[in-house]
Design a protein. Structure first.
Lengths: 107, 113
């Protein structure tokens, strides 16, 4: 079993829809990252959080340490949000990555 | 502008040849990392370095080598011993071992035929 599980693996939605991507992990962590990878491969760090909730523009990330679960929400989704979203957890001196969720927003 | 650069973006090699991927950062970060990404899999750690002149093997170090002679640079050599070298390679850096925020380079896509 992977230490970091994301769901769904693939998600297609219409422009404007509210998007939720989930991440569950099975190990103790120091922090959790949400990353965005666009076609072409470059990765951008969206959030790093260890408790509670963070918001940046239309993106919201939450984490529940007791339940070992995090969610990434996108409000008013847009085709430019189409990308792979990766959850990663920091444990000791390493980062463990989920396999990613491929999001496709249709115009 | 501070950041991480990787070159080239695309690299093609014949089987049996060693190839070196470049990673440079001007963020003054102590720690640097190399990851490999394959379709359908999460990023996997190849090597990491927390300080100049020191580096450790990650989860899939076999067939790879690195050096860290300068703080800014962490080149990765894919040797002929690597059984499946075709992949997307990402370099990252962080302020130090106690900093969990990693900054990623744009990646190099290596194709070996």
């Amino acid at each position: 079993k992977n230490e970091v599980e994301q769901s769904p693996q693939n998600l297609t939605a219409q422009e404007g829809e509210f998007i939720t991507i989930n991440c569950s992990y099975s190990v103790g962590i120091s922090a959790l990252h949400w990353l965005q990878q666009h076609p072409g491969g470059g990765i951008v760090s969206l959030f790093m959080l260890s408790s509670g909730k963070k918001k940046h523009g239309r993106l919201i990330a939450t984490i529940n340490i007791q339940e070992k679960h995090s969610s990434l929400h996108i409000t008013a989704s847009h085709p430019r949000d189409s990308a792979v979203y990766i959850c990663a957890v920091a444990r000791d001196d390493k980062i463990i990555f989920g396999k990613g969720t491929r999001l496709h927003i249709l115009p | 502008d501070g950041g991480i650069t990787q070159s080239p973006k695309y690299l093609f090699r014949k089987e049996g040849q060693n190839v070196t991927l470049s990673c440079e950062q001007n963020l003054n970060h102590d720690a640097m990392y190399w990851y490999r990404q394959d379709p359908g899999q999460g990023l996997r750690l190849i090597y990491y370095s927390q300080i100049v002149n020191d580096f450790q093997k990650g989860d899939i170090a076999e067939g790879y080598s690195v050096s860290r002679e300068k703080k800014e640079s962490f080149p990765l050599t894919v040797t002929s011993a690597q059984k499946n070298p075709t992949a997307f390679y990402l370099c990252a850096s962080s302020a130090g071992p106690d900093s969990y925020e990693q900054y990623f380079g744009p990646g190099t896509r290596l194709t070996v035929t």
